[in-house]
Design a protein around this ligand. Structure first.
Ligand SMILES: [Mn+2]
Length: 422
């Protein structure tokens, strides 16, 4: 027997961080679903399994459900089994699975809304759907319970959703699954969803790519974040007979690629040329590329504003884009004078911050900054800070402030500064 195991489609995910481009990102996930269903159809699978989180949450628009159904209807020969996950749990009468569109769901679709055994393609599906967003109970315990009934010589596939309970790698209330659950439940294959990158385990051990295992988390079929290596697949699983080892194939289905590029603003013009070169390389695939540019280096507000303006048009052809500002502010003497005139309060805040940084971390005083009016010792700074936050001076320990703290404070102020100088 042969089937597709997928999970974590997160249909209806909002992507609000991408503003007007969010709609394209939402639509793409349906396109990817169609790709996966077509591949299932072409491979003549016995069924298409969704191990939780088909939907982003129970509040997605009806149009999300209708569009999903429309995709399933296009492949009537592919039986689809959907398990409720932690994003879309079967949590009572108001759950998504009880909403009106489900009264007219496609005939090839079955929702595994309750724990139980379903016969399909000569195999048994042992389902443990989630009933709530959080739980400390291992959802595979239910599968072990269902597995007590005799298998009658049939292949057994467990399906559930949760985090693999490796110490330090999961939250205790995130539906923890014991990592060798496939052995403990005695199923031939355990289809799990939840984590968004591809992973295969056998007897609780992570197995290398190309090696088969009985516990699989295929990850999200369409990447939904930067730095998410290993997302963008479904699993094509073949099992010849009960107890035989499943053959698991990693099938790429993703429509988009997500990439992060770096730009050191202090390294002009070489930095910009390098970035232009990288952008040109991916330009042919611009309509299916999500780009993030990470800005760093010490830079003046003027150069930063100009860089952002350039990026706005340079990134326009790409499907969606994000600019991440990790720069630190660098001011010329003339700029400091200008800020003093236009925004004395902000100039004072920058001066005080530089002075406290100097006292706390022994960093050099920025060129052109006059600290004579500001705080003269860490004790004085402490008294001032504790007065502002309304705490006793002995409770305020400024020596614990490190370079990372000051970097963040400078970033926040530099954002204010940009707005003030525009
Ligand atoms: Mn999940």
């Amino acid at each position: 027997m042969k089937f597709i195991h997928s999970a974590d489609w997160q249909l209806g995910a909002r992507f609000s961080q991408f503003g007007p481009k969010a709609e394209s990102l939402r639509q793409v996930r349906f396109q990817t679903l169609e790709t996966a269903l077509r591949k299932a159809d072409e491979a003549s699978v016995d069924f298409f399994l969704i191990a939780g989180d088909l939907f982003e949450d129970g509040q997605v628009d009806d149009t999300v459900i209708h569009t999903t159904f429309e995709k399933f209807r296009r492949f009537p020969g592919v039986p689809v089994f959907i398990l409720p996950g932690n994003h879309d749990p079967n949590d009572g009468p108001s759950s998504i699975w009880n909403r009106k569109p489900f009264l007219t769901k496609p005939s090839n679709v079955t929702v595994l809304a309750e724990p139980g055994v379903t016969e399909c393609g000569g195999a048994q599906l042992l389902a443990s759907p989630l009933r709530q967003k959080k739980s400390t109970i291992d959802p595979t315990l239910k599968i072990a319970e269902l597995a007590r009934q005799p298998a009658d010589g049939r292949i057994r596939i467990g399906v559930t959703h949760g985090a693999l309970a490796f110490p330090g790698k999961h939250e205790s209330n995130d539906h923890p699954i014991v990592p060798d659950a496939e052995t403990r439940t005695g199923v031939d294959y355990l289809a799990v969803g939840h984590w968004h990158t591809w992973q295969v385990y056998d007897h609780g051990r992570h197995v290398m790519p190309g090696t088969d295992g009985r516990l699989v988390m295929p990850g999200t079929p369409e990447p939904d974040a930067f730095e998410q290596d290993g997302a963008g697949h479904v699993a094509l699983v073949e099992i010849s007979s009960p107890q035989s080892k499943p053959v698991v194939q990693k099938v790429p289905v993703a429509t988009l690629q997500w990439m992060t590029l770096d730009l050191d603003c202090a390294d002009a013009p070489a930095g910009r040329q390098g970035l232009e070169h990288r952008l040109a390389e991916v330009k042919p695939a611009a309509d299916r590329t999500v780009v993030r540019v990470r800005l760093h280096g010490r830079v003046s507000p003027r150069v930063l504003a100009e860089t952002r303006q350039w990026l706005e048009s340079a990134l326009q052809p790409y499907l969606a884009q994000q600019v991440l500002d990790e720069t630190a502010v660098a001011l010329t003497v003339a700029e400091i004078d200008e800020i003093k005139n236009r925004s004395p309060l902000l100039a004072q805040a920058l001066t005080d911050l530089a002075q406290i940084e100097h006292l706390a971390t022994n960093s050099p005083v920025p060129a052109g900054m006059d600290l004579s009016q500001a705080i003269s010792s860490l004790d004085e700074a402490r008294a001032l800070v504790s007065r502002v936050i309304g705490e006793k001076p002995e409770k305020t320990d400024l020596t614990r402030l490190d370079a990372e703290f000051f970097k963040l404070a400078h970033q926040l102020l530099s954002q204010e500064l940009q707005e003030a100088t525009q």
